[in-house]
Design a protein around this ligand. Sequence first.
Ligand SMILES: Cc1ncc(COP(=O)(O)O)c(C=O)c1O
Length: 474
Amino acid sequence: MNFKQNNTPLFDALKRFAGGQPISFHVPGHKNGRIPPGETREYFEAVLPLDLTELTGLDDLHGPGGVIDEAQKLAAEYFGADHTHFLIGGSTAGNLAMILSVCAAGDSIIVQRNSHKSIFNGLELSGARPIFMVPTFDDSVKRYTAPDIETVRMALQEHPDAKAVVLTYPDYFGRTFEIEEIIKLIHEYNVPVLIDEAHGVHFSSGRMFPTSALTLGADAVVQSAHKMAPAMTMGALLHIQSDRISNSQVHHYLQMVQSSSPSYPIMASLDLARAFLANLTSDDLELILESACEVSDIFDSSDYWDVLPADDPLKITLEAKPGITGGMIADLFEQQGIYPELSTNHQVLFIHGLAPFTQFDQLKKAIRQIGAQLKNQRNHDIITIDNLFTERLTELDLDYSVMDRHGTAQVSLHQSAGYIAGEPITPYPPGIPLILKGERITQSHILEVKKLAKQGVHLQHLDINDGINIFIDQ
Ligand SMILES: Cc1ncc(COP(=O)(O)O)c(C=O)c1O
């Protein structure tokens, strides 16, 4: 065991400071938690005294040289990075800074099409020219997962000057892919690999989990410590581990996209979450895994869904049997006071997390009751989404860097062919933009949108009756 990893320098400094009963003539306005009074105060009482600001001894996230620096260095040591940056704006902030740090307007960058919106926002802010790689449809989990290595190779051959390749690993459901081979391939072109590992912060804590992309050689990795580790919401990490990425550029963009008043409770929770992960023993991990297996087995006892294979044992995905939707299952669980992470038309995701589960009897009872309720319910909508994308690589028809010079207008769907989309159109499922902002709308897009709408698929950003937002010349 590395005893240093027990240390929590930032949390300790806050505790010491708060324990000194300091008199506040500074922000924040709650004055060490004395305001608000009354009942609401009880809920925040324990945390607000730690909600401090850049006071003597408490360092500065945007120019760290004290306890924040120490806490970030401990995180870098644990995760095996050259540098770790604490994020108080979630992986969202990390993805923005990571992308802005590698590319400027007009630069090529290769990106997985099924990326989180923060990646698209980063691309748009940078004005880069993305080459989007289509993910493959994985029959075993009935979802689009990641682009295959051949697609990545094709993108690199066509765009060897790309400033980076941006991938998401694992996906929301804990599915991984051949990332090690893909990283090696990308490095043959001396192109940096940027990974959105928002759902994989726990991968460094044990061999029962997939290996982190950081361990497998990625150059920059973003992780939401609030998703799978016990950090507060918005607590996340950005790790850098190579000279292919400029750490000072990353730092520069982080202080642009993050608040100048970063939350100390969130930063302290990152310090604590790292110490928690680093100190998980093999016995702890075994208990967690046993619990996750038991929960998975309990879910598997129902006739109304299947439990899908997962690479991350802490993610449990139910695939609804024909005639039942993910939404129906999720609603019934919620009626029993059990809240899943998300549901799609045919799947429901439950996150076990790193705390051993205890309410097994309650779960079994709920599953029995849900089974009885589903017995007489049937929904006959069948949605097919496995053939949505025909081209492996696509580019925008209107560059992000010139979009601002165009106005937008609304046209009806059937009149939209030939225009450039002014906003993405994303069917749920699969939650991947069918038409991207800046892509030219084709007849086959229109046919696909109509087909999906007929199947009852929710189309984000499109009310089929109102029409489509398109770019026009000003
Ligand atoms: C793949 C992926 N990346 C990034 C994010 C953004 O993370 P955060 O909520 O920490 O900003 C999410 C959020 O769900 C995500 O699923």
